[in-house]
Unconditional design. Structure first.
Length: 387
C-alpha cells in the first residue's frame, strides 16, 4: 500500500467533523507561515470534500453555522495567533465547535444538532432561529460556570488543545461568550449605524460616540465588537483612530491613551498587521498588483497614525508600529531584490507613499494648521476655566 492509499484510509477513519477540523488546522499553520510537506495535497483532498468551490475559507456545517451566526460580521480569515481585538478567527470555529460537541455539552449538542437538522429539512426558519438561540444561551451559561475558577478554566483549555494547537483559540472562546451574552443588543447597534460612513468628520464622530457610550453602559465587555462594526462602515480602517483623538485633551500620545476609546489604536494596529499578513501571502503567490494596493494602504495608515498622535514613536503603540513596518519593509526588500537593480519594481515606487507627493504635503500643512487652531482654542478654554 503506497503513501496516498495510507493517507486516504487514515482520513476515512476520522469523523467528518474531525476531517473538517484537520483542514482548518492545516490552513492555520499555512497562515502562520509554517510549511509542512504534503500539506497542499492534503488540503486539496479535504477541500474537495467540504468546500465544493475550492475556497480556503472555513465553511461550517449547518448546525454550527446557525450557532455561530451572530459572529458572522466579526469573523476574519487570518491566523488565530494574530492579534485581533474585537474580531474572531474563522479558523478557530471548527475546533471550538468540536470541543463544544464532545466535551462541553455533548448530550445537549446532540439534541441541538438533531433539532436543527429536522427544522432545516422542514424549511422552518423561525424555529431554526429559536433553537439556535436557546442553545447559545445554554452554552453561555456553561461557559460562565466553566470560567468561574482557574482550575476549571485550565481544564477546559487543555480539552480544547486536543482539537487545535492554536495558542489563542481559547481567547476566541471568551470572545464568543461576550458576543452571545450581548444577545440582540449588538445586532441592533449594527442596524442603527449608517450603511457607509463616507466622511468621518467631527459631527459623525460625536454621533457614533454617543451610540457607543450607550452600548458600553449595557455591555462593556462587548465594546470591541461594536467598534469593529463601526470600522466596517469606514472608508479606510485607520479612521477609527478619530474616536480616540477627537475626545483627547490634545494630540499627545499620553492624552490620546487617556481618552475613553483609546483601544481603537490597538485595533488599527491589529488591522495593519492583517495587511502585513495579506501582503506576505500576496507576494508568495506573485500577486503583485494586490501587494501594491496593500502596501499603499499600509503606508497611508502609518502616516495617519504618526500625524494624528504626537510622540507615538515613544510609546507602546509606536514600538509596535515600528516593528510592523520593519517586518513589512523586509517583505518588500526581499521581493524587490529578486529583480536586477536597473529594473524598477512597482513596490519600490515612491508613489505608493501618497503623503510624499505635493498634494500629500499640502494636506499635511493643512492638518498642522487646523491642529494649531484647535490646540490654541483648547488652551484658551483651559485658561478661562482656571480663572
Amino acid at each position: 500500500m503506497n503513501e496516498i492509499d495510507q493517507l486516504s484510509n487514515f482520513l476515512q477513519k476520522l469523523t467528518p467533523l474531525s476531517r473538517s477540523c484537520l483542514l482548518s488546522e492545516l490552513e492555520r499553520l499555512e497562515l502562520c507561515g509554517i510549511d509542512m510537506p504534503g500539506s497542499s495535497d492534503l488540503q486539496s483532498r479535504l477541500r474537495a470534500e467540504f468546500r465544493k468551490d475550492g475556497s480556503n475559507q472555513a465553511r461550517a456545517t449547518s448546525p454550527s453555522r446557525h450557532f455561530f451566526a451572530p459572529l458572522e460580521l466579526l469573523l476574519i480569515d487570518g491566523a488565530p495567533e494574530h492579534a485581533n481585538m474585537g474580531r474572531i478567527s474563522r479558523n478557530t470555529l471548527t475546533p471550538i465547535w468540536e470541543w463544544i460537541c464532545r466535551d462541553l455539552l455533548p448530550t445537549m449538542a446532540r439534541d441541538y444538532i438533531k433539532a436543527i437538522n429536522d427544522q432545516v429539512a422542514a424549511n422552518n426558519q423561525k424555529e431554526v432561529l429559536k433553537i439556535a438561540s436557546t442553545f447559545q444561551t445554554k452554552v453561555v451559561k456553561v461557559l460562565e460556570s466553566t470560567l468561574a475558577s482557574a482550575e476549571s478554566t485550565e481544564f477546559a483549555r487543555g480539552k480544547l488543545a486536543q482539537y487545535t494547537a492554536s495558542r489563542t483559540a481559547f481567547e476566541d472562546v471568551k470572545k464568543i461568550q461576550h458576543v452571545l451574552r450581548a444577545g440582540a443588543t449588538l445586532p441592533k447597534f449594527n442596524d442603527r449605524l449608517p450603511e457607509k460612513i463616507a466622511k468621518f468628520d467631527d459631527g459623525t464622530v460625536d454621533q457614533i460616540t454617543a451610540r457607543l457610550d450607550a452600548f458600553k453602559k449595557a455591555h462593556p465587555e462587548a465594546l470591541p465588537f461594536a467598534l469593529t462594526l463601526v470600522a466596517r462602515r469606514l472608508k479606510t480602517f485607520w479612521q477609527l483612530v478619530r474616536l480616540a483623538t477627537k475626545a483627547a485633551a490634545s494630540k499627545s500620545a499620553a492624552d490620546v491613551a487617556a481618552a475613553p476609546y483609546a483601544c481603537v489604536v490597538h485595533m488599527v494596529l491589529d488591522q495593519l498587521d492583517d495587511r502585513r499578513l495579506a501582503l506576505r501571502i500576496a507576494l508568495r503567490h506573485n500577486r503583485v498588483l494586490i501587494a501594491r494596493d496593500l502596501l499603499a494602504e499600509i503606508y497611508e495608515t502609518e502616516y495617519a497614525l504618526k500625524v494624528r498622535i504626537d510622540g507615538i514613536e515613544h510609546c507602546e503603540w509606536g514600538i509596535r508600529l515600528q516593528q510592523l513596518m520593519d517586518a513589512i519593509a523586509a517583505l518588500v526588500s526581499a521581493e524587490v531584490s529578486r529583480f536586477p537593480s536597473n529594473v524598477g519594481h512597482i513596490l519600490g515606487s515612491r508613489r505608493l507613499r501618497s503623503h510624499d507627493t505635493l498634494g500629500g504635503k499640502l494636506s499635511y500643512l493643512a492638518w498642522k494648521g487646523r491642529d494649531a487652531i484647535e490646540d490654541g482654542a483648547a488652551a484658551l478654554r483651559k485658561l478661562i476655566g482656571q480663572t
